[in-house]
Design a protein around this ligand. Sequence first.
Ligand code: PMP
Length: 286
Amino acid sequence: MLYLNGHFVRPEDAKISALDRGCLFGDGVYEVIPVYSRQPFRPAEHIRRLEASLAAIGLPNPHTAEQWIALVKQVISQQDYEDLSIYLHVTRGNAGERDFPFPENTPPTVLINPAPLVVPSQEAKATGVRAISHADFRWLRCDIKSLNLLPAVLLRQAAKQAGCAECVMFRDGMLSEGAASNIFVVKNGVIAVPPKDHLILPGITYDVVIELAQQHGLPLEVRHISETEVRNADELWMTSSTKEVLGIIELDGKPVGNGRVGPLAQRLDSYYQAFKQTIMRKPITC
Ligand code: PMP
């Protein structure tokens, strides 16, 4: 069952109007919350990011944080799977016409769609993945988790056609992020990652990885990183809710460092796995 506008319905019965502004304009935002052993991971942080995305596009939030979490828990309780990825989607609704300015008195469309969570296997983590690079041709509000995902569609397709898993983006000679992940760089044992500004999505995994690096006393710099630094890095890795910490071993056909997943990527992923275990053992707290 998925949740659509106040009702729990089977996916085949979930109907959204063809004139929904999400469909016509991508006029909406979304979130993805990973769930381990039926426990949502960092739910308060995901809902805060959803609130920030809604506020940034002037779309009134239809639910309080508590209501969102309650809905997510209800959706989780109806699933057969223990590990899930919960997709939340809010659009500016169906105004009945195709007109750009915000409609008045139009309720938003709210969709919560669960799916089994598929994270990379231990073998995939050990092997790492290859990536291509591309100019970051997205807009200047990449901090909003907007439904307009055409750039990610095109860049991930280009990556797939090149036999790669991700596309690392550069804007004005500086690293921004991956098409659907944040990118960390290591040089001489120092981890670096771009700051959270309007040019990247503030990743929840990004935050966790920074916290874990700091807790374990690993040197880490949050700063702008040049394309040259990325191309000369000892290690590169991507982070996201579904990829966790995944080493990038090749960029544009050239090996990153020695061409194998680096020791810091492995350490951060093992810290991340241990952190996940603590979440799974705890009851839901919010
Ligand atoms: N950047 C972009 C562009 C993304 O799409 C994602 C995945 N949602 C991320 C970063 C990583 O965010 P998170 O760690 O919250 O999954």
